[in-house]
Ligand binder design. Structure first.
Ligand SMILES: Nc1ncnc2c1ncn2[C@@H]1O[C@H](COP(=O)(O)OP(=O)(O)O)[C@@H](O)[C@H]1O
Ligand SMILES: [Mg+2]
Length: 612
């Protein structure tokens, strides 16, 4: 129902346009007959347009899903020239205190002969402004640029959402608009943005706290067993014998630290033998990396079998190499000031103790590329665990760019624990106040169980057929018609679908000023340098920076064959000697990996490596 003024205005409009009449109504589908002239008029009846149907006292809103011309040999009722199939979506009802609002679902169904109009500006405004109490404007409607496009902030922060579209269509900019509004509308929520390309630093001004390689504190003991081995083996396949040793001794190192902190006897390793006292390799409790090394060393000392000793030695070398790699100082040095810093870690990532609203931007591109999977996994796991153990008192939103890399539909690719961590949030996060915002250019490559949990989708231009058909199968019929626009959307244009929107709609994201646009820091720096410096100077400086970044490294020898590929017959002293030498060389060769500069982007090749 409309209030009096709206009703008058619309009645005048209806008389002027006389758009069409209801021919039949079946469930939520209505067929309307249109005079042939309508399709030529300014108010053209085209697929995707909204119509309003005056049905008794209320106004029912629907979307044109299909339109066909009547055959001239069979002129329709009242001589209409075309028939449109309209899907009913909701109705405009009068509020108690005056004014009107839109609600989804239809109570008063249209009757045959009811008048139909292309929706007027006033009705459209009512539909798109009555989202919820906390709705935020993210741009304007395509159908009428003067009408702001609202989304429901509560819905985005109580269900999951996704921004989908090819590269360069404005996903990151759109995300910056959405998050900028969410931060203001929901000061109680905490947002962690996993910034894969270091591009959001300037987007949120003072609202954002920026966390990167220089200030991130993520102690190694916060990593669970899978994550820790992923870091130690640089995202490659782990050596099973070594992993067994770690699985056994990490809990012992944790027990030691616990005893030591509670005034007990820390070095009582050798006397009583290693005991884990109920700690597991996944318990998020602190230990000292030196304790772990000592435990491995002591065990090695007791071994008779030399090949087992080599395994122990190799593991120690691996841990030492990572520990002394300056790029991993966020795990080992800065973070390892001792003590139980889990609260500080959570606070840095989610600003839990801060009273003021805010968003944390985790600059993943500043971290070693091989460790990014593990760090994303830790962040997702910490978010979920904190939500779980705090009963979801603080709503958390984890926003993940390039989501298809972390939660690939192909389960043989990527780091399995990170997919598990994300799908756990997708499936159960709502109960604990933990939500996902996913951004991807390849929705078809994203784990379908994760994307099916997203209740609001912002779909931008996408050319790939597979991606489009996946989306069409995932959304309701009426919205599927809007998706037919997807290949032809302009930059910054989007089809919004789902619970966060009052109705599916084609809209344009608000334009951001140049200084607030997401832009990659890593990409812009060299361009600036190259204009000022000669090429030779640029190369010299790059080498210098490269060397400086790795000054803690020992000088590694030439690469050698992996010992497990060329294991000598155990037993003979010579054979063992050479195996040891080869083993050390192999580790030295492997240790070169961390000395490479951090890749600016994740290496897509790494996903071809089959993980354990
Ligand atoms: N909302 C917007 N406001 C201003 N410029 C935009 C907007 N959306 C897209 N653009 C332009 O398009 C470019 C690419 O957008 P971006 O968000 O980086 O795309 P994507 O993340 O999909 O690759 C931006 O650099 C900017 O010039
Ligand atoms: Mg982007």
């Amino acid at each position: 129902m409309l209030d009096a003024s709206n009703a008058n205005a619309d009645a005048v409009e209806a008389a002027r346009q006389s758009f069409g009449r209801v021919l039949s109504c079946r469930g939520a589908e209505v067929r309307i007959g249109l005079p042939a002239a309508v399709s030529l008029s300014a108010q053209r009846a085209t697929v995707g347009k909204f119509v309003s149907i005056r049905s008794g006292a209320s106004v029912v809103i629907g979307m044109i899903a299909e339109i066909t011309a009547s055959e001239p040999s069979r002129p329709g009722l009242h001589g209409h020239g075309a028939v449109a199939r309209v899907e009913l979506m909701g109705e405009i009802v009068r509020k108690l205190g005056g004014g009107s609002r839109f609600q989804r679902g239809v109570r008063d169904y249209p009757a045959i002969g009811d008048e139909v109009d292309i929706i007027g500006r006033d009705d459209l405004r009512v539909v798109y402004s009555s989202v919820a109490t906390r709705s935020v404007s993210i741009g304007h409607l395509h159908q009428d640029h003067t009408i702001p496009a609202y989304v429901d902030a509560d819905s985005l922060l109580s269900k999951h959402f996704a921004v989908l579209g090819s590269t360069g269509v404005g996903k990151s900019s759109g995300l910056a608009v959405i998050l900028g509004e969410l931060v203001k509308a929901r000061p109680d929520a905490r947002i962690l943005l996993l910034d894969v390309h270091n591009e959001y630093t300037k987007c949120f001004g003072d609202e954002a706290s920026i966390v990167g390689a220089d200030n991130l504190k993520l102690p190694f003991w916060v990593f669970n067993f899978d994550e820790m081995t992923d870091v130690i083996y640089n995202g490659k396949q782990a050596v099973p014998e070594e992993v067994e040793i770690l699985a056994e001794l990490i809990p012992v190192a944790k027990a030691n630290y616990h005893n030591y902190k509670s005034g007990g006897d820390r070095p009582a390793l050798s006397k009583k033998g290693p005991r884990n006292q109920g700690f597991t390799a996944d318990t998020p409790s602190p230990y000292l990396i030196q304790d772990l090394l000592t435990l491995i060393d002591e065990r090695m000392g007791k071994l008779e079998n030399r090949s087992s000793r080599i395994i122990h030695h190799r593991l120690m070398m691996r841990i030492e190499a990572i520990k002394s790699d300056p790029r991993y100082s966020f795990m080992f040095e800065n973070a390892n000031v001792g003590g139980d810093t889990l609260a500080a870690v959570l606070n840095q990532l989610f600003r839990l103790e801060s009273e003021s609203r805010g968003i944390t931007i985790l600059k993943l591109a500043s971290l070693p590329g091989e460790a990014v999977d593990a760090v994303v996994c830790v962040a997702a796991r910490l978010a979920f665990e904190f939500g779980l153990w705090s009963d979801g008192v603080i709503p958390l939103l984890l926003v993940c760019e390039e989501a298809h890399r972390y939660a690939s539909a192909d389960h043989t690719q990527g780091f399995a624990p990170v997919r598990r961590a994300l799908s756990r949030i997708a499936k159960e996060g709502r109960k604990y106040g933990v939500h996902l915002g996913l951004v991807t250019q390849r929705p078809a490559e994203l784990d379908p169980t994760i994307i099916s949990q997203c209740s609001t989708l912002f779909v931008m231009r996408m050319a790939n057929d597979e991606d489009q058909s996946l989306l069409r199968s995932a959304v309701a019929d009426a919205a599927a018609h809007l998706l037919s626009f997807v290949p032809s959307l302009g930059t910054g244009e989007v089809v919004g679908i789902g619970e966060g929107m009052p109705l599916p709609a084609r809209l344009g994201f608000r334009r951001l000023p140049q200084e607030l646009l997401p832009c990659s820091e890593t990409g812009s720096a060299p361009a600036e340098n190259s204009s000022d410096l000669g090429r030779a100077e640029l190369v010299r400086r790059s080498i210098e920076r490269w060397r400086r970044a790795t000054t803690n490294q020992t000088h590694w020898g030439e690469p050698a064959a992996r010992p497990e590929q060329e294991a000598p017959a155990p037993g003979t002293p010579d054979a063992t000697q050479s195996a040891l030498a080869r083993g050390l060389q192999a580790i030295a060769a492997e240790g070169r990996a961390p000395t490479q500069p951090a890749p600016r982007r994740l290496d897509p090749e790494r996903y071809t490596i089959l993980k354990r």
